[in-house]
Design a protein around this ligand. Sequence first.
Ligand SMILES: Nc1ncnc2c1ncn2[C@@H]1O[C@H](COP(=O)(O)OP(=O)(O)O)[C@@H](O)[C@H]1O
Ligand SMILES: [Mg+2]
Length: 328
Amino acid sequence: MPDLASFNDAVQMPALYHSSLGDLKDGQLLLNTLGLPVPNSGNFAVVYQIQHRDKKHALRCFIHPAPDQEERFKHIADHLKRRPCRYFVDFQFHPQGLKVGGQWQALMTMEWRDGVPLERHITSLLDNSDGLLHLAGQWIDMFDHLRTLDVAHGDIHPDNVIVHDGELYLIDYDAIYIPALQGRAIQEVGQRNFQHPQRNGSHYGLNMDHFPAWVIYYTLILLSIEPGLWKRYQGGDQKLLFTAEDYKNPDQSLLFGELEQSSHPLFKLIARKMKAMLQSEFADLPALSHAIVRAGGLPTQPQAPSDWWRDHQVESVAQPTQTWLKKR
Ligand SMILES: Nc1ncnc2c1ncn2[C@@H]1O[C@H](COP(=O)(O)OP(=O)(O)O)[C@@H](O)[C@H]1O
Ligand SMILES: [Mg+2]
C-alpha cells in the first residue's frame, strides 16, 4: 500500500481522481497554513476534507488492504438503503478512487460531519452532571435504534463518534456488521480499551457493540457523579476511564479498586456489573438498552437520577444517602 506522503501528494492532483468521484475533483481540499492537505488518520485510513459548492465531503483512503471490501460495503450500503439509520452519514465506496504511484487505490467518499469527537464533548460536560446523564440517555437510544435495524458498528470508541449540534453520529464503517455478512471474519477487532478481552476476528456479529456500549454508558454515569475521575484516570481520546489492562486484571486495577471501595452505591454496582461482564462469555454479553438498564437498577432517561434513587434500593447498602446526587 502507498504511504501517507504518497496519498498527500495524490489527493492534491484532481487529474488523479477517478471519474466515479464526479465533481469532487473540482472541490476545494482543506489545506493547512503551509498549503498542505490536512490528513486525519486513525489506524486504517487517512481522511481528507474536500468542499464542493457548499457541501463538505470526506475522502477516506485506505492504508491497509482488505480483500473483500468492495463486496462488504455493497452489502452494507444495500442494507442501509432499505433501513436508513440516522446515526450514519451517506457514503459511497469507490473500488478505483485515487491513482497513487500509478495504481488505482480504493477510497470511500462520505458526507463530512462537522462537530467534535465524543471525548471532547464529554470534557465539555464534566461540570454538568445533568448534561452527562442526558448524553447517557442518548447513548442508550443509539444502541436501541441500531439493534432495531440489525446493524452493529464494530469499532465503538470515542473518536468514531462525532457530536454535532448535540446529536450523535458514527463514522468509520470498516467493521460494520449486517446479517448478509454472516459467516465472514474480519481483521479489525476494535480499539482494545473499549473491547471485551475475549473479542477476536471471529466475533463478527450483531453483538460486537455490546461491551463498548456498556463501558461508555458506565463511564458517563461515573463521571456524572465524580468528574474528578477524568483527571485521575487521564481520560482522553484513546481511553476514557477503563483500559484494556483493567479488563485483563480487574483485581489489580486502581479504578476497579476505587469503585469497589467507594461509598457511592452506584460505583459499587457498576464495578460489580463490569466484572460480571468480564467473566461472561462473549456470546452472553447483554445488549445496552433502556429496558436492561432499568431492570438492572441503573439510571436511565427520562427518569431523573433523584427519581431513580427513590425507586431503587441498591443491594448491600443499608443507609443510602442522596448527597451524591446533589454533590455539585
Ligand atoms: N465523515 C467524516 N466526517 C468528519 N470527520 C471524519 C469523517 N470520517 C473520518 N473523519 C476524521 O478522520 C479520522 C480518521 O477516520 P476513521 O474513518 O475513523 O479512520 P480509522 O479507521 O483509521 O480510525 C476520524 O477520527 C475523524 O477525525
Ligand atoms: Mg476511526
